[in-house]
Design a protein around this ligand. Structure first.
Ligand code: FPP
Length: 238
């Protein structure tokens, strides 16, 4: 059950955690081991986020296109998410982190859905950081579903943003991303938060996700703060 509390203030940072598979293959290990290492890299980033001025952290954990991966890898990922939720929920709640899971739930295994609902309930009062995990998430699919909820003649941008929040289980309206980070060396959005990233600053790093550190996030945020964000206007008018 979602409470209606406002998201914490601060930057909205979104991360495409790419490179787990290559990180593992480079060591001669199965790809699943890369995901395990990737899961271990999540905690320090979540813990450090509030002190870096991050109020919302959205992590791309599993795209709707990831169902096309081998069954064994998909099962390993879904199992990791559930174990992460079961292991981390109490600590997240103690640290004032509110957890939300974005995306479709009807294709997820029941035990994972139960873990999601449990974690969302236990952490609902968190007001230091809103941690959003995108699981079975597709931005195009979310936009399509949101458009269906809108009135074709009278709905405007705000209505679509509200509908987008609703269809992705986000609660309130879709939230603009300030800084999008993608690890793993690729420079693309991969169907992640397309609406929300309309004016996001982009940061691409060759670092594979399991090697991504708090120091690197801190450097990305510092660099973000030097950017001149004009939102289509000229500098003096912003
Ligand atoms: C992309 O790397 C990563 C994923 C599809 C999964 C992301 C999952 C995690 C970081 C671990 C679990 C997360 C949580 C929140 C517990 P890839 O496999 O596409 O890497 P590649 O591009 O090297 O093949």
């Amino acid at each position: 059950m979602q409470s209606a509390s406002l998201p914490p203030t601060g930057l909205h940072v979104a991360i495409i955690m790419d490179g787990n598979g290559r990180w593992a293959r480079a060591r001669g290990w199965p790809r699943e081991w890369g995901h395990r290492a990737g899961a271990r890299a999540v905690r320090p980033v979540v813990e450090a986020a509030p002190d870096l001025g991050v109020g919302i952290l959205t992590l791309y954990a599993f795209s709707s296109d990831n169902w096309q991966r081998p069954r064994r890898e998909v099962d390993a990922l879904l199992g990791l998410f559930r174990r992460y939720l079961l292991a981390e929920t109490e600590e997240l709640a103690r640290n004032g982190v509110r957890l939300q899971v974005l995306g479709r739930r009807d294709r997820l295994p029941d035990p994972l859905v139960q873990a999601i609902e449990g974690a969302e309930g236990v952490t609902a009062g968190g007001d230091r950081l809103l941690l959003r995990l995108a699981v079975d998430y597709s931005s195009r699919e979310a936009l399509t579903a949101a458009a269906r909820l809108c009135d074709p003649l009278h709905s405007g941008r705000e209505d679509l943003a509200q509908a987008l929040g609703r269809v992705t289980h986000g609660g309130g309206p879709a939230m603009d991303v300030d800084l999008l980070v993608r690890t793993g060396g690729e420079q693309r959005l991969s169907d992640f938060l397309l609406w929300e990233c309309a004016y996001a600053e982009l940061h691409f790093t060759p670092t594979m996700w399991p090697d991504f550190t708090v120091e690197e996030l801190a450097a990305a945020v510092r660099e973000f703060r030097t950017r001149d964000r004009r939102f289509g206007r000229i500098a003096s008018a912003v």
